[in-house]
Design a protein around this ligand. Structure first.
Ligand SMILES: *Cc1c(COP(=O)(O)O)cnc(C)c1O
Length: 461
């Protein structure tokens, strides 16, 4: 135990936080009552809070700390870059060395002819770029009516006005006047929740064919692009049936529709390849990246763009950009992160060691009385909590079981998130098999305790 002691007592910090800090995706009145958890430091896969608790972070922060916490190399690179050139912009025909090196490296890692990067400060910003880029692309090609972007219900593409509109989260659309015009949502390939009596593969095909139906209904001359996460993350780690993506690819190939893969979570090793598109066998025209690009050590995102789209966009001025597009410190940190991912064979570790080991242990959780299914690809997994193991019927009152289970996870020094009544994990990619044993053992304790509490409160229905 080496709790930092040189800070105010936890209760005072919590009071100041509640008084002055408005949190994202948080009810601030509830926060004031309970007090926020204060994380003071982290190393490897372990967080330390202001009370000295050591917590296994099975979410890698927000799906981003792929190389784990506490890597001095990134701190050193950041300090060096800040001294040399802390900031310069990339507008108006200027550039700098870190952004050149990073763009070249990303082009090398990305599949096919995805050879060009437009940088942003986050995944949300990158998806806002994508909205403007695909619409401008078709306008430049003399087809300005192709402006509709098709996305999916329960997708997550960010929180800005544009990216929140692309996303399919109804709770987000309910606030602030989303979605913007010309965004169309189709249903998600979520067999567990929505598949009814269908076989998963038939259901996957049906949900993919909704894209074709939408294109035909809206008119091919109206549709610019389709955007999707290779595996939905914030929606609950929803792994589509194997039939889904090949059919989506066929449809995108058949019609003149750009395919945008939102790789913000799946990218940079999480699924056992550099990109989720490789794991799912798709050929996107544009990829959204952020999170694992810098392992969260610096805020940076971007759009990786293929030769054709880049040529069309580059044939005139694209009136778009962010002050921090390609920020030199963030770029240098991201580059160092990619070096570590590559040179330490971390993606091989996911594919060959940690991934298969975690898969075996994770899927075995399905024997627990509270667990209906356990799904996992690489280092992103989910379990569905159910009141009755013999059916896929949901709880009468959604969300209680997930919330209680998450509280029991915290009590067992484990960060596991809940999305409704699905529990999800996305641990740092460097997690060892011993650490996976600890993760699973804490998850089992949390499930046992949640089950007991649900029984006691008569909520198992
Ligand atoms: C997190 C996320 C985003 C948004 O990224 P921010 O950096 O939070 O703006 C976009 N797409 C997906 C798939 C994400 O998980």
């Amino acid at each position: 135990m080496n709790a930092i002691t040189n800070h105010l007592p936890t209760a005072e910090l919590q009071a100041l936080d509640a008084a002055h800090h408005m949190h994202p995706f948080t009810a601030n009145d509830e926060l004031a009552e309970k007090g926020a958890r204060i994380i003071t430091r982290a190393s490897g896969i372990t967080l330390t809070d202001s009370e000295g608790n050591e917590i296994l972070d099975a979410m890698a922060g927000l799906w981003c700390v792929n190389i784990g916490y506490g890597r001095d190399e990134l701190a050193d690179v950041a300090a060096r870059q800040m001294r040399e050139l802390p900031y310069y912009n990339t507008f108006f025909m200027t550039t700098h060395v870190p952004v050149i090196a990073l763009a070249k490296k990303i082009a090398e890692l990305a599949p096919g002819d995805l050879n060009h990067v437009f940088f942003a400060g986050s995944g949300s910003e990158a998806n806002d770029t994508n909205i403007r880029m695909v619409r401008h692309y078709w306008a430049q090609k003399g087809k300005p009516t192709k402006s509709i972007i098709i996305s999916r219900n329960n997708a997550y593409h960010g929180s800005s006005v544009g990216s929140g509109s692309l996303g399919g989260m109804s709770a987000m659309h309910a606030q602030g006047g989303l979605p913007i015009p010309d965004i169309h949502h189709i249903e998600q390939p979520h067999w567990w929740a929505e598949g009814g009596d269908m076989e998963p593969e038939a259901f996957g095909l049906l949900r993919a064919q909704e894209l074709e139906k939408a294109i035909l209904e809206l008119g091919e001359d109206r549709v610019a692009a389709f955007i999707a996460e290779p595996i939905q993350g914030a929606g609950g780690v929803i792994v589509p049936p194997a039939s889904y993506w090949p059919e989506i690819q066929r449809i995108c190939d058949k019609y003149e529709i750009l395919l945008i893969a939102d790789e913000v979570i799946c990218g940079f090793g999480r699924t056992g390849n550099w990109f989720g598109s490789q794991t799912m066998g798709i050929r996107p025209d544009i990829m959204t990246i952020a999170k694992g690009l810098s392992s969260g050590y610096a805020p940076i995102g971007g759009s990786i763009v293929n030769d054709e789209v880049a040529a069309v966009i580059g044939s005139g001025e694209f009136n778009h950009g962010y002050t921090y597009s390609g920020h030199p410190v963030a770029a240098a940190v991201a580059l160092e992160n990619l070096r570590i991912l590559e040179e330490e064979g971390i993606i091989d570790h996911v594919r060959d060691v940690a991934g298969p080991y975690l898969k075996e242990k994770w899927e075995a959780l399905a024997d627990h009385p509270l667990v209906g299914e356990a799904k996992i690809v690489g280092m992103m997994g989910s379990i569905a909590l159910v009141p009755n193991k013999d059916s896929r019927a949901p709880f009468a009152e959604a969300g209680n079981a997930g919330f209680i289970c998450r509280e029991r996870c915290f009590a067992n020094n484990l960060v596991m998130r809940h999305v409704g009544d699905r529990m999800i994990i996305s641990p740092p990619l460097v997690i060892t098999t011993d650490e996976i044993d600890v993760l699973i053992s804490r998850a089992r304790s949390a499930l046992d305790e949640a089950y007991a509490e649900l029984q006691k409160r008569d909520l198992l229905k």
